[in-house]
Design a binder for this molecule. Sequence first.
Ligand SMILES: C[S@@+](CC[C@H](N)C(=O)[O-])C[C@H]1O[C@@H](n2cnc3c(N)ncnc32)[C@H](O)[C@@H]1O
Length: 294
Amino acid sequence: MARQAHKVAAPVIPDLAVPEAAREFAFSDADFRNLVQLAREHAGIALSDSKRNLVYTRVSRRLRALGFTAFRQYRDYLAKNSGELESFINAISTNLTKFFRESHHFDHFRSHVVQPFLNGSLRSDGRLRVWSAGCSTGEEPYTIAAVLRHEMPSTSRHDIRILATDIDTDVLAKGARGVYPVSGFDNVPRIYRDYFEPTGERDDSLMAKESIRSLIAFRRLNLMDPWPFRGKFDAIFCRNVMIYFDNPTKTALIDRFIQSIKPGGFLYIGHSESFHGTHAELQLVGRTTYRRKA
Ligand SMILES: C[S@@+](CC[C@H](N)C(=O)[O-])C[C@H]1O[C@@H](n2cnc3c(N)ncnc32)[C@H](O)[C@@H]1O
């Protein structure tokens, strides 16, 4: 996969300005360039010059936790402790998400994947497989699970699985826990709220019920690495993830997604994302919705 230096397509990560004089830690150009290089090398994340303050702000918490006073010390530590790379990537990744984000995708998924699967018109091997690639804290895979479960309350006859992956181990732990503040449910239509229940611990949180939880497997996966599965998916959701990659990385990733989608299956991408390069096997069939030709 191509990972050379390329210009970032669009400034997509909000930058938080920390004036240089107000900085708690010494942070040089060389520090910034070194961290940008590591983010690209290990996560495919492309950070333009305008992300200097973002890098400073996000990585500062690692320096604080480790008791360093300068980024130079942190770079040395990173170089000698490969385990820190995980915390660095966790700190640098942008995890913004919500339930039923871009809800038109879930309408399409229900009518073009789930219902055809149930009425037998979907060419299928009796299994329904969905991948939430870059699932962040889990709102996306739980949304998929709630839509699925609502259409098929009894699972006994159906072999359904949702794979939810992310590079960031902190967000994956939150997803696996499946507990969210009540305020996050504003977007969730009433019919789907029943799949969440009070935790019993804090009255301002709701927890995913077993009926949807059991459909999802959370796993760490760096999309830049080889993928440890061979089976193909009926639908892949990779939304608001590729905005952080440069065009060659994105193009190569989409080619890999195509190989992982069953013919006739769907790829859902984020609202601000578009395809550069040609992907002849994909057909645009709706708003940021693509179908692999059968
Ligand atoms: C903005 S969130 C999108 C969450 C969800 N898909 C949505 O649209 O609401 C982007 C996620 O992509 C993940 N990510 C970034 N680079 C990645 C990579 N190389 N491999 C896997 N996940 C990655 C981040 O950790 C983050 O959780």
